[in-house]
Design a protein around this ligand. Structure first.
Ligand code: UD2
Length: 318
């Protein structure tokens, strides 16, 4: 942790939500890129085991702290003096956010504000925020584009949208480049499969690995823009560390929809003996298709999701 802040390059990066699925992969990617990293997590849903590969790394330190504790955040970031802050900590469950709107607001909006204020106070030059395709709501104007309308249909999406607005207003009034990345359906190793509201890929991969049948809600022809974790972390890290890139709002997506039937085919390609799926009625409130437009991120960030779907699924079973 001795190396000094050098103006120009981004060397010191703080990551909130570091012990989560996306956070832990992000910390690994930053360390691989030679950065000095601190990870902050209150371990409410994040797990220490996610950091087991980097816990002893000499350029990594972990702090168990809550983003809503203003003093703790000010102290941690003030001591570390990050060049960039990547804010991934959140109340991540859409249904839990729906049932606890105050908690959702406290963590996903006010918590983001506190992190941004602490980042500014610590003179961070860049901030990256984990937003979500949930800000688009149930739009039929596919593919979903940053310039298109936002119309969140749940508390989670509303909070992410409000936090985006807040961060962009900070960018206007302060000397901190803010980048809001709208993640589509992220999948990859370490994603928790245990909740009924976990992402469908983690649930299916987990069931298939133990020879149990999956349940498909609906006819399996619904589609999502599934994006592999390594692509997501590349987008996050580039946005945080490339000082040439402007802030703003960007989709992180592949631009290619995959149906659940295609997902089942990919899983069958790995293990032809996976049991036949059980088909049930559609899940209430489900959307049929979700698809992002990747062209703005490609043009401005130079971002491209390169992981082939079948390869990404194969990585889960290793
Ligand atoms: C996301 C949210 C969800 C809700 C929704 C609103 C996550 C993980 N989910 O769902 O909470 O806010 O956006 O649009 O963030 N499926 C099955 N079998 C299973 C699990 C899922 O068939 O065991 C289906 C599910 O009914 C859906 C598709 O798989 O049609 C994708 O489900 P998902 O929860 O991974 O993602 P999504 O975008 O529907």
């Amino acid at each position: 942790m001795e190396e000094q802040k050098v103006s120009g390059e981004i060397n010191r990066v703080a990551v909130t939500g570091a012990a989560g699925f996306i956070g832990s992969h992000t910390c690994e990617g930053l360390l691989d890129a030679g950065k000095t990293v601190i990870g902050i997590d209150n371990l409410s849903t994040g797990k220490r085991i996610n950091l087991k590969g980097i816990g002893e790394h000499d350029r990594f330190s972990f702090f168990q702290a809550d983003i809503c504790q203003e003093d703790a955040m000010a102290t941690i970031l003030g001591d570390f003096q990050p060049d960039a802050v990547i804010h991934l900590a959140a109340l991540v469950s859409v249904p839990i956010a729906e049932h606890n709107p105050d908690e959702n607001y406290r963590i996903n909006v006010l918590g983001t504000k506190l992190v941004a204020q602490a980042a500014l106070k610590a003179a961070a030059r860049r901030m990256v925020f984990a937003s979500s395709a949930a800000v688009y709501g149930n739009s039929d104007q596919l593919p979903l584009s940053e310039e298109g309308p936002t119309n969140p249909i749940n508390q989670y999406g509303m909070a992410k949208l409000e936090a985006e607005t807040l961060l962009l207003s900070y960018e206007k009034s302060h000397d901190m480049t803010s980048t809001c990345l709208r993640f589509f359906n992220v999948y990859g190793p370490r994603q928790d499969p245990t909740s009924p509201y976990s992402g469908v890929i983690s649930i299916f991969a987990d069931l298939c690995a133990s020879g149990r049948p999956v349940t498909v809600y609906g006819d399996g022809r619904q589609s999502r823009d599934f994006i592999y974790i390594k692509d997501i972390t590349r987008g996050i890290i580039t946005s945080a560390t490339n000082t040439e890139l402007p802030g703003g709002i960007y989709n992180l997506c592949t631009g290619q929809g995959k149906t659940l039937l295609e997902l089942l085919d990919a899983l069958k390609g790995i293990d032809p003996d996976v049991p036949e799926p059980i088909f049930e009625g559609e899940r209430e409130g489900d959307i049929k298709h979700s698809l992002g437009n990747p062209s703005v991120a490609r043009r401005i960030l130079g971002f491209e999701a390169t992981t082939n779907f079948a390869e990404g699924i194969r990585e889960l079973q290793n």
